[in-house]
Design a protein around this ligand. Structure first.
Ligand code: NZQ
Ligand code: ZN
Length: 394
């Protein structure tokens, strides 16, 4: 068991109609001029933005809007938001959307609160000293950014993704109404469920410091997400299932399922971020496409955890060697991915990278990690390339 420092300052307002409390929450947080950030239009079509605007007006809070944030959000939009925020003198950010909108708002918050180029914080050549306060109205259960310390941005030039992780960017509040996620396309719902699973799996497959209480929380979370992902496949309108998945999404990435461990593995996330940067794929689907290849490549270096996962999460009950049980667990997870129409290799993901592109992604992933990444198995550039090649072969 490792010592840990668990910091989760976000006030969560959860349930039906929670978005109606946004105005009051902004008032309580002392917001005077707000930059409201949102994406490509789902929040307009659903009428949510009308609610938000009237909530702001109702509390007499001044605001400006920044729209058009795309999935795998771009640095150019961050710069646009920083320029707008400076011009308008904003003192608070409100993200209405999913991970891409929240991460953009976090980046704008860093840009407004610090001198110099915000990208330095993502390249990790400098550390931010502050971030403007941020609130969230969540519309998709997936990234966990509504409570996480992380912001992931893609640089337009070269199309590569980098993250900046500091407690400064943890949102002040997160408004979560599961009913808002009913309009999601099935692919986004399923991708979100994979991302939620993966945030806990990245923390679960480690070679250090696992705690019984953390394992119990993690295993319960994974089982709950899988069960409810299947319910949502067949009954996308189920409020109960939407709620289970939404709350799991926040708990999966606010640090709770990593307490006492060595910080987790996160190699799949590193590998996926390069896929997202280069091919603009949906993050959760990209994770599903890479996970099986990663797991086969690393499980012998992390047998006790893969064995436990097979028995306690995937319900593998038969006899067999330890390796055979580990493999059955991996195959069962891939079968689950397929059952919710998620890909298990790059072809199923819809991309066919050349070997040159695989080499470039491995190089970038290793570079972003500072040379190596992983706890289940420490991966270097050559290992990353092998995993990409396995995923490309299918
Ligand atoms: O742009 P709009 O029109 O809103 O459409 C979005 C977008 O196309 C749509 N959508 C969202 N809510 C909807 C909806 N459509 C209908 N009804 C709704 N209620 O869904 C699409 C995806 O949105 P996005 O925000 O990209 O999804 P997600 O929350 O999965 O975020 C993905 C991004 O988060 C990053 C990923 O790398 C990716 O860039 N991550 C951020 C993390 C963090 N900050 O902690 C951790 C994650 O591991 C992840 O890396
Ligand atoms: Zn993720």
């Amino acid at each position: 068991m490792f010592d840990f420092n668990f910091y989760t300052p976000t006030r969560v307002v959860f349930g039906r109609g929670a978005e109606r409390k946004t105005g009051k929450l902004l008032r309580q947080a002392g917001a005077r001029k707000v930059l409201v950030c949102y994406g490509g239009g789902s929040v307009i079509r659903s009428g949510l933005m009308d609610w938000i605007r009237s909530a702001l007006k109702g509390e007499d809070i001044d605001y400006v809007e920044l729209s058009g944030i795309v999935p795998n959000p771009r640095l150019s939009k961050v710069y646009e938001g920083i320029a707008l925020g400076e011009k308008e003198g904003i003192d608070f950010l409100l993200a209405v959307g999913g991970g891409s909108v929240i991460d953009t708002a976090k980046a704008i918050g860093y840009g407004l609160a610090n001198e110099g180029d915000v990208w330095d914080f993502y390249e990790r050549t400098r550390k931010p000293a502050a971030c403007l306060p941020l609130g969230v109205v969540l519309t998709i259960a997936a990234s966990g950014s509504e409570m996480s310390n992380s912001s992931v941005i893609t640089k337009d030039e070269g199309m590569y993704k980098r993250s900046c992780n500091t407690d400064l960017a943890r949102p002040v509040f997160a408004v979560m109404d599961p009913a808002l996620t009913v309009t999601l396309p099935a692919y986004q719902t399923a991708s979100g469920c994979v991302d939620i699973l993966m945030h806990t799996m990245e923390r679960y497959f480690t070679n250090g410091g696992n705690m019984e209480i953390t394992d119990a929380l993690a295993e319960g979370l994974m089982r709950t997400v899988m069960r409810n992902a299947l319910i949502l496949r067949d009954h996308p309108d189920s409020y109960e299932a939407r709620a289970e998945v939404m709350w799991a999404g926040s708990l999966s990435h606010n640090g709770l399922t990593g307490c006492g461990s060595d910080g987790g593995d996160f190699a799949c996330h590193g590998l996926e971020h390069e896929l997202g940067g280069m091919f603009d794929v949906t993050h959760g689907a990209g994770l599903a496409a890479i996970w099986g290849s990663w797991a086969r490549y690393v499980y012998r270096d992390c047998r006790p955890r893969f064995y436990r996962f097979a028995r306690r999460v995937m319900d593998i009950v038969g006899e067999g060697s330890e390796d055979a049980i580990c493999m059955e667990g991996i195959e069962a997870m891939e079968a689950f991915f397929r059952s919710i129409h998620m890909p298990t290799d790059l072809q199923e993901l819809g991309i066919e990278p050349t070997d040159e592109q695989l080499c470039r992604m491995a190089h970038l992933a290793a570079e972003a990690a500072g040379g190596s990444k992983g706890s289940a198995k420490v991966l270097h550039e050559c290992d990353m390339l092998q995993i990409y090649r396995l995923a490309a072969e299918g």
